[in-house]
Design a protein around this ligand. Sequence first.
Ligand code: AMP
Length: 535
Amino acid sequence: MKYSLGIDLGTTFSVVSIIDENGIPKVLNNAEGKTLTPSVIYFGDDEIIVGDGAKEMQAMGDNNIACFFKRNIGDENYVLQFGEKYYNAEDLSVIVLKKLKKDAEAFLKCEVSDAVITVPAYFNNLQRQSTINAGKRAGFNVLSILNEPTAAAIAYGMKDIKDKKNILVYDLGGGTFDVTLVRIEEEIIKVLSTDGDHELGGKDWDDRIAMYIGEKFFEKFGVNPMDDVEYYNDILVKCENAKKQLSQRESTDINVYYCDLKEKFTITRDMFVSLTGDLLQRTRSLSEDVIKSAGLFWEDIDGVLPVGGSTRMPMVLEFIREVSRKKPITGINVDEAVSIGAAIKASMENKNSNDKVMFTLGGYKKTEDVMSHSLGMVALDSQGKKYINSIIISKNKKIPCSERRPYQIRTGKNRNNVLEVYMLQGESEDISDCTVLGKYVFYDIDYVGRKPSVIDIEYAYNKNGVAKVSAVQRETGKKLPLKIEKIPENFKWDEELNEEEEIVHKNVVMAIDLSGSMRGTPLKEAIEASKTFID
Ligand code: AMP
């Protein structure tokens, strides 16, 4: 049988599934006999180890480790050096994907190349494109890129659901948070709206314990072991373990050794909750935005589906119960749901091949997804005074989708007529709050005489949520060739318009972290310090 893989390429762990010959989803074991492969890489002198082995080296305090790099995929400025070589997050993802491919092939005893790879729903164009590239470079035929919460909903939705249901998929992983509102009907799974924060995840919970320990250690000994890279990783691993233990018991101990100093810290569940309460509140406001943008209220939500390893923390389930006033949905494996959903999608994508599509979990369902970023372009505001982000495809519109806009340009006889479009992703009018996808330059525009030529530009999101732009010259019907150029980072959008220096009024907001020991005098001192800082 020709298998297609469903790959959950996670920030902390990756998981691979297939639909087997009986139509049953199956999570594959890696070479270590486990279903979860840590997305951690160890760079030794003459070997590279991925997964559990790398995690062990990390726990032993080795620094030749790459982890959490998914947070930086698509970011050119993120480069790590190991030995003589430089790696960006895409290069590192290729290394993990190659291990997943090799292990899957060993497990299935055959070659596999077709795969659906999942990404957080709010991944932008660069992050999606980079994930596709990583898949290809690892030797996969990437059938599609699927949003993680949609994958989880597919896995859940394949259960025999008779009535229509609005399900909120609450996905708190190791480094990312995604929240997605899905409508599951008998024939179709529709994503209504989605949002997320790619800098919020289990790691932030670990960091809070580590910060607390660092501060307490400093209070007692006058040194903070977290400032020392040699000890930093080791303490973080201990904090993550302590966090996991707190999912089982009321309190746990962490022993910290630093040079010849040592201290035992007892962390209780209550302490842990008070150190991290604000993180949960961040997930609440994003959840409420998502419900609101679909025009619904908490009362309209039939259930909340927790996914991602961090939803194992009892405080998360308690929080879901409190805000939704319903018991969270249980019965799916939070670590495996995303890759199973991806495997189901992979089978659907391949349904025209010899592969048979048959699900014992329920009927075949179509899926409809949305994008969590608006697609826009740089345009002059209505007064012609400044450049703004003019939104062309609004977020939460069903994908694939496209919009066409006409532009007029004057053409010259003996010159290369070009049309430049700056593409943006983001919701704000302010360009500096958006991701600039690039300068799209259409060239070879024919001379059409003295009247302006009309160029129809089509902006589109494809099924992977990747932005595509194309243009046709109306008078000639010619599809215009395109080159995409990068925009320098320090590029100023207002330079040409602001001829005179003008005073720009800005608001300064000081945020004070109220966790841990920030009460009473320390809080007053912090407020005073921020006033002095502003002065
Ligand atoms: P994921 O990205 O979905 O694989 O989630 C990984 C995150 O889940 C990491 O931050 C883990 O520390 C966290 N995690 C896994 N198991 C537990 C547990 N039993 N209790 C709390 N957090 C957990």
